[in-house]
Design a protein around this ligand. Structure first.
Ligand SMILES: [Zn+2]
Length: 113
């Protein structure tokens, strides 16, 4: 289950931030997940609860924000929204696209004490 290792690296980031910004407790983690990131939200919540035990994020709420994938279309010269990786451009039908977002997972915001 790769959600577990994702959560472990999240905690690493949160603890690094805690030492930089000097906070003692995390109440809410706002997490952006691209819909192409292959992450199962329920598995992620489960892993998050396990991994945060005994850390400053223990008992923190996990708010998942889904992000629609976006790609740069070379033909249109602008950013378009795609539903799936390797889909054509919705405007011109071309395949010269470069994915610019929606395939990753990142912390958007932390609510801390
Ligand atoms: Zn296009």
């Amino acid at each position: 289950m790769h959600e577990m290792s994702l959560c472990e690296s999240l905690i690493g980031v949160i603890e690094d931030q805690a030492s930089v910004h000097d906070y003692k407790r995390v109440r809410t983690v706002f997490l952006e997940i691209g819909s192409l990131a292959c992450v199962e939200p329920e598995a992620l919540r489960f892993s998050f609860d396990l991994v945060t035990r005994g850390t400053l994020a223990e008992g923190a709420a996990l708010e998942i924000i889904k992000v629609t994938p976006q790609a740069w279309c070379f033909a249109c010269g602008r950013t378009v929204t795609v539903q799936q990786r390797f889909n054509p451009c919705p405007d011109c039908g071309g395949y010269r696209l470069r994915l610019t977002g929606g395939d990753s997972l990142q912390i958007k915001q932390l609510e801390v004490d």
